[in-house]
Ligand binder design. Structure first.
Ligand code: ADP
Ligand code: MG
Length: 342
């Protein structure tokens, strides 16, 4: 009998691009997850159902040293970190998280793989988060924040998780009843997505230096710098959103989501026509409280907070509108705030 390990993707309700600025984020783990099954094997090997490929990662049981610019890089990074010195496994990956759409298929893959390599050996959850995050920054070479790995481990059914990325502490935020979280996938990923991410990380570091602070988390005035202005205002919006959540003020939550989108579009400049269209359409739909792009931007997904009774009609309307405008069928997922892997 093979063993199975599972870790969810996530959608960030608010707090975009704030994680690598040591700020606040408010993601939920979702009911789309990556599953890894393990079986003893002569070499470390991996099969991905989504990529339809099987690859060998080791020689004489020793995992390779280098990235190959291939989907298996994430697997190799995790195997090197968590599997070294133990007998090799064949890993079978099967994921419901759409790949490369901003719902963090990568972190759900990394966390489920790490658990698979550990095969039930206990690990403090925060150590798991830090080491998996390190695989992404050091081995993959993506200067990302800690949000994706954190929420994949610490998500909780019915809750969002307010993460302070400076202290790496978090607390659970119960979500109000009567709403649905509808994710709409543009089904595009613009070429700019990866390079612009690194550019924004560098721009934020430069703004922080110019403002005389160690990170934009510490900044209180932007000095007219649009990137800093987004981070400062977005951090404030996260905390206002949590307060609105706690008093069940769906209208205020929705307005903060629209404000977040505007700031990402105008000040941070990471949106794109497809995302702007989805958010504009959502704003015109009576049952929608709010909507915004979610994830890194330049494609990927938008999220809408929708009155429960109106969600089905909204999904149909937005699908038709997007098809009419871009000639492409969007992915639509109604997600449930779910438990993390821990
Ligand atoms: P996302 O927003 O989905 O996290 P990323 O670009 O960060 O997008 O990560 C996508 C990468 O993660 C893929 O190119 C692949 O290397 C890896 N990946 C994710 N899901 C799978 C899967 N089911 N099988 C194999 N590799 C996967
Ligand atoms: Mg990712």
């Amino acid at each position: 009998m093979p063993n199975r390990f599972r870790a969810p993707g996530r959608v960030n309700l608010i707090g975009e691009h704030t994680d690598y600025n040591q700020g606040f984020v408010l993601p939920i783990a979702i009911d789309l997850a990556c599953t890894v099954t393990t079986e003893p094997a002569p070499e470390w090997t991996v099969t991905s159902r989504q990529f339809g490929e099987t690859c060998v990662l080791s020689e004489n049981g020793v995992p390779g040293e280098r990235k190959r610019g291939h989907w298996t890089d994430y697997v190799l990074g995790v195997v090197r970190e968590f599997g070294s010195g133990r007998p090799p496994l064949h890993l079978t990956v099967d994921s419901a998280v759409p790949v490369g759409s901003g719902l963090s298929s990568s972190a759900s893959l990394e966390v489920s793989l790490a658990l698979a390599c550990l095969e039930g050996q206990p690990i403090p959850p925060m150590e798991l988060v830090r080491r998996v995050h390190q695989v992404e920054t050091d081995f993959i070479g993506l200067p990302c924040g800690i949000m994706d790995q954190y929420i994949s481990v610490f998500g909780r059914l019915g809750h969002a998780v307010l993460i302070d990325c400076r202290s790496q502490q978090s607390h659970l935020v119960p979500l109000p009843a009567g709403v649905e979280y509808v994710v709409i996938n543009t089904m595009v990923k613009h070429a700019l997505a990866t390079s612009a991410y690194a550019t924004r990380v560098a721009e934020c570091a430069a703004d922080a230096a110019a403002l005389g602070v160690t990170s934009l988390r510490e900044a209180v005035i932007s000095g007219g710098r649009p990137r800093a202005r987004h981070i400062i205002s977005e951090n404030a919006r996260v905390l206002e959103f949590v307060a609105a959540c706690e008093r069940g003020d769906l209208a205020a939550m929705g307005q903060l989501m629209f404000a977040s989108h505007l700031s990402l579009r105008e000040d941070y400049e990471v949106s794109c026509p497809e995302l702007d269209f989805l958010v504009d359409q959502a704003a015109q739909f009576p049952g929608v409280y709010g909507a915004r792009m979610t994830g890194g931007g330049f494609g990927g997904c938008a999220i809408a907070l929708v009155n429960a009774g109106d969600a089905t009609a909204f999904e149909q309307t937005i699908t038709d509108a997007y098809q009419g405008r871009f000639g492409r069928t969007p992915g639509v997922y109604r997600v449930t705030p779910s438990d993390g892997a821990a």
